[in-house]
Design a protein around this ligand. Sequence first.
Ligand code: K1U
Ligand code: ZN
Length: 169
Amino acid sequence: MALREILVVPDARLKQVSQPVATVDDDLRALMDDMLETMYAAPGIGLAAIQIGVPKRVIVMDLAREGEDRQPRYFVNPEILWASDDTAPYEEGCLSVPEIYDEVERPARVKLRYLNYKGEQIEEDAEGLFAVCIQHEMDHLDGVLFIDHLSRLKREQAIKKVKKQAKAA
Ligand code: K1U
Ligand code: ZN
């Protein structure tokens, strides 16, 4: 396993649309292992492959609370089959937009289809933080960041702040 560098805004690669995966094989599992290690080290609760510069439709996630055992989860070629009409706000963050948090409103519940670590097809309902996180990560697969859901002013301010942080580092 290896730690990978996480891309930050305004890196143009984050705007790429990621491509579907043909087969869940050992090479893909090695990528998912690296993604998980990178996510834990950040630390974060989710990561899309494009955030480490790999334009494949792959997401890792762990929503275990502090003190609980790790619960790694893997989503390959995820699709949203259904989304609720009712929405819920959540104060989101993103490892590619460090130290910026703002409220985003998304469907409160979604039904998902994806392939897991073994390549098995799973259908699952998501709500709460799981629904927020999977929608945030699936946005990454289409080149969309949570700041794209904010006003133009807030988005530009966020990017300016991240650039300033990078210069100071
Ligand atoms: O960059 C990412 O996509 C990961 C992002 C996931 C996310 C967080 C909140 C709402 C939607 C999606 C993060 O993990 S940001 C860091 C974070 O939320 C966190 C870090 C450590 C402990 C608990 C949370
Ligand atoms: Zn993100």
